[in-house]
Design a protein around this ligand. Structure first.
Ligand code: NIG
Ligand code: FE
Length: 435
């Protein structure tokens, strides 16, 4: 009896409140995927929705998340963020971008609106080679300053992690310069960068008439040096009929894999080459674009666990009618990611919000599917599923707060940036006020 009485008495004393660094309260709704592996097929549409949520953050990670009536009074927070009815989402993960360049290519946009194609413009020395001229003439400082400005814009649109490709240098020296710029920006800017080496983006002008020699240079010198440097996590290639064919792609990607780099491939974007099948055969982390993918390619990717990274704004921007068969991919159980493909030529936007709308309108994905694709699945394609892409206890606290009444407004409203605040690894980083 004595012992029981003591316990009851203790229950009357308010429990000691747990310390946390930041408490976010007053949001109207939280919508997030759950888990750490890619969500495909029917599971792609499953999101956890919490009305009146609170999130407690400690040491950069989510300490607790749930409805306010369950969390209220449990935490002694060093800082409180009053979300004033905002929608709370995981920070977006942009799993395909080319953000290291100097100079823009608006004249190509105008040429395309008048009927020229992407490949025609490239054949005349424009396209990727135009950006190669920009990067080769740029200093590291210039590239870093340009990248920093772009990272601010990613953050302003709710994107907290960005895969960043090189590919506008195409010499070891210029590619290394770009990888170092990415590493430097990653150290100093809240947006987290995942570096990808894309030395096989095109054939540099000096190798125009001896393409085999460039493939050999990549295989024997550039790839080993990149792997040795530790500056790239992934290796990518533009597998397309006018650049790197299937055989060259297989050869280079096998070498990259042997050197310990993860693989991502630009495939089946403009012509049906069988690039998805190659990505599956190689066990790539992602196969990107895929407008012209075959049914066999879809099935091969499903069997090999390749994440298809879809960029629905790109065909629109290139005025290509062919659309990615996203519904067929989802029916086959694939777990797509959605990405901007931000670059100065084929898609000059940093807004995943805009991409979500086009994912719904052109790829016929539901709003839930779009949300999962731009967060958890994108994180998984980068090997970050265990720590990124959802708002769950133990994961990194990467969040965005939006001026939207519910997550169902995500694709529905477009042309306006609804992001009010962004938290990266537990710090309020946008607007640039630190708690
Ligand atoms: O993903 N396809 C190749 N690379 C980019 C375009 C890069 C460029 O035109 O500068 C893309 O679309
Ligand atoms: Fe790309």
């Amino acid at each position: 009896m004595g012992l029981r009485a003591i316990c009851e008495a203790r229950d009357l004393v308010p429990a000691a409140r747990e310390p946390c660094d930041l408490l976010i309260r007053g949001a109207s709704q939280l919508a997030t995927p759950l888990g750490s592996s890619p969500r495909g097929g029917q599971a792609l549409a499953e999101v956890r929705v919490v009305e009146n949520p609170q999130v407690a953050i400690r040491d950069g990670k989510v300490l607790a998340v749930g409805p306010a009536n369950e969390l209220e009074g449990r935490f002694a927070a060093a800082h409180v963020y009053e979300a004033e009815g905002c929608l709370l989402l995981p920070g977006f993960v942009d799993s395909h971008t080319h953000p290291v360049f100097l100079g823009t290519r608006e004249e190509e946009f105008e040429l395309r609106t008048r009927g020229a194609s992407y490949v025609e413009i490239a054949a005349q020395g424009g396209g990727i080679l135009s950006s190669v001229r920009g990067v080769r003439s740029a200093s590291k400082e210039q590239l870093l300053a340009a990248l920093a400005t772009r990272l601010e814009r990613f953050l302003a649109h709710g994107t907290t992690t960005v895969e960043a490709k090189t590919g506008y240098g195409l010499t070891m020296e210029d590619e290394r310069k770009c990888l170092e710029v990415i590493a430097e920006a990653d150290r100093h800017h809240p947006v987290e960068l995942v570096p990808t080496f894309l030395g096989a983006h095109d054939f540099p002008p000096e190798y125009r008439d001896r393409r085999d020699a460039y493939v050999q240079l990549l295989e024997e010198e550039m790839l080993p040096e990149v792997a040795e440097s530790g500056l790239a996590r992934f290796c990518d290639i533009f597998t397309e009929s006018h650049v790197f064919g299937i055989e060259d792609s297989r050869r280079l990607m096998l070498r990259a894999k042997e050197l310990g780099l993860g693989l991502r491939l630009h495939v089946d974007q403009l012509t049906p080459l069988g690039g998805a099948e190659l990505a599956a055969e190689l066990g790539a982390s992602s196969a990107d674009h895929l407008e012209f993918v075959s049914q066999a390619g879809i099935e091969a990717m499903a069997g090999a666990g390749v994440v298809p990274v879809l960029c629905p704004l790109v065909p629109l921007y290139l005025r290509v009618d062919q659309e990615v068969p996203a519904r067929r991919m989802i029916a086959a159980g694939l777990a797509p990611a959605l990405a901007t493909d931000f670059n100065p030529g084929s898609c000059y936007t940093q807004s995943l919000h805009e991409v979500l709308t086009w994912g719904a309108l052109r790829l016929r994905m539901t709003v839930e599917e779009c949300l999962v694709a731009a967060t958890l699945n994108a994180a998984c394609s980068l090997g970050l599923g265990a720590t990124h892409g959802s708002v769950e206890v133990g994961k990194q606290a990467d969040l965005q707060l939006l001026d939207l009444p519910s997550y169902r407004h995500l694709c529905y409203e477009f042309g306006r940036n609804p992001v009010v605040a962004v938290v990266k690894a537990g710090r309020l980083v946008w607007p640039a006020v630190h708690p």
